[in-house]
Design a protein around this ligand. Structure first.
Ligand code: KG4
Ligand code: ZN
Length: 345
């Protein structure tokens, strides 16, 4: 059997729909960025995001079905992000998926957005088996997870303050680079010297496995305020410090988890070329395989949600129409909160 899954993603500021088959064929997909709607505010406004999803989603479902050359009755399951994320947007996507599932009499799969990121490398690499070590780096999360199977995650490290994507976004704001911040910092950094500004590497070398980025962001703010450094040098130095932290923490956890078959990176920050190169270098150092999905599959998209749906459907993991939208939904519910204030998921 080669089921066809319709996937929907609406947890942040991307409205996305995709048709993916169990054999990894991406049949059709659509993605609409809301950047223009949020740019005047310098960040994602939840209420604006939800309204934009309402406007964009239903026409996109119709368009993707048409482009895929299929009707709703040919879809075998409907998968949608059910959390974590901005709750208004999540509700738009999940309720739409429920309606489609009910109308087509096909199963609903309520997907954890983080599981979408976590399994996305398996969509492009059929040889990637469990267990693998995942560095999940996005706007809301910075975690190292042992991915032991579909729905089976062991969190090994998390951030004690900001997520790494958040640090990129805040740095972009400090440097006046605009929105969205991550790609803007990467572009600015390309013209700067990563050794120009001395910045801290919070928790690097520490015994505990966790991440911290709040101090780095504050250091950028202070260095910028001196007026002695150009924006490109500040961006490059920040990016290098963030990358060094990711590598240091990942190296520590890799050394403790010899059973891992590969080192994998996913989430929006994984689309950054400097981040990818440094992590590939770490994997090569340690003699372990490295997998990074193509950049478009690292940032939010619906192909990863449809694929997580395909993986779950294959195991009979389907959900009821009473599934709830969840603003918070950790992949490893047993993980304890890391020390520090403002811990994310
Ligand atoms: O996974 P994602 O698209 O959405 C979330 O689930 O959060 O990740 C978005 C995050 C944002 O913080 C964004 O600034 C960051 O990923 N990001 C980048 C780059 N592209 C996106 N960070 C650094 N360099 C990039 N090229
Ligand atoms: Zn995401």
């Amino acid at each position: 059997m080669n089921p066809l899954i319709l996937g929907i993603e609406s947890s942040c500021d991307e409205t996305a729909v995709a048709l993916v088959r169990g054999d990894r064929t991406i049949v059709a997909q659509g993605i609409a960025s809301q950047d223009a709607a949020h740019r005047p505010f310098g960040g994602v406004v939840p209420e604006v995001a939800a309204r934009e999803h309402v406007a964009a989603l239903s026409p996109m479902v119709a368009r993707v079905l048409t482009e895929g050359g299929v009707t709703l009755s040919q879809v075998d399951a409907v998968a949608a992000t059910a959390g974590p994320g901005l709750i208004g947007g999540v509700m738009v996507g999940l309720v739409t998926a429920k309606a489609l599932s009910f109308a087509a009499r096909k199963p609903l799969i309520a997907v954890n957005h983080l599981e979408g990121h976590a399994l996305s490398p398996r969509l492009v690499d059929p040889g990637l088996g469990f267990p693998y070590l995942l560095l999940l780096v996005s706007g809301g999360h910075c975690q190292l997870l042992a991915v032991e199977g579909v729905g089976r995650y062991r969190r090994l490290a998390t951030t004690i303050d900001d997520a790494v994507g958040e640090a990129f976004d805040k740095t972009a704001k400090i440097l006046g680079l605009g929105f969205p911040g991550g790609p803007a910092v990467e572009r600015a950094a390309a013209g700067g010297n990563p050794a120009a500004v001395s910045l801290p590497r919070p928790l690097a070398g520490s015994d505990e496995p966790h991440f911290s980025f709040a101090g780095l962001k504050s250091a950028v703010l202070r260095a910028h305020a001196t007026g002695r450094h150009g924006v490109a040098d500040l961006a490059a130095s920040f990016q290098q410090a963030a990358v060094d932290c990711l590598v240091d923490r990942s190296r520590r956890v890799l050394a403790q988890e010899p059973a891992m078959t590969a080192f994998v990176v996913a989430g929006g920050v994984a689309s950054n070329a400097v981040v990818r190169a440094a992590l590939a270098g770490l994997a090569a150092d340690r003699g372990i395989g490295f997998v990074a999905p193509p950049p478009w599959l690292c940032t939010d998209n619906a192909a990863m949600i449809a694929w997580a749906g395909a993986e779950r459907l294959a195991l009979g993991l389907v959900d009821g129409l009473d599934s709830l939208a969840r603003p918070r939904w950790p992949l490893d519910p047993a993980a304890e909160a890391a020390r520090g204030a403002g811990v994310k998921a």
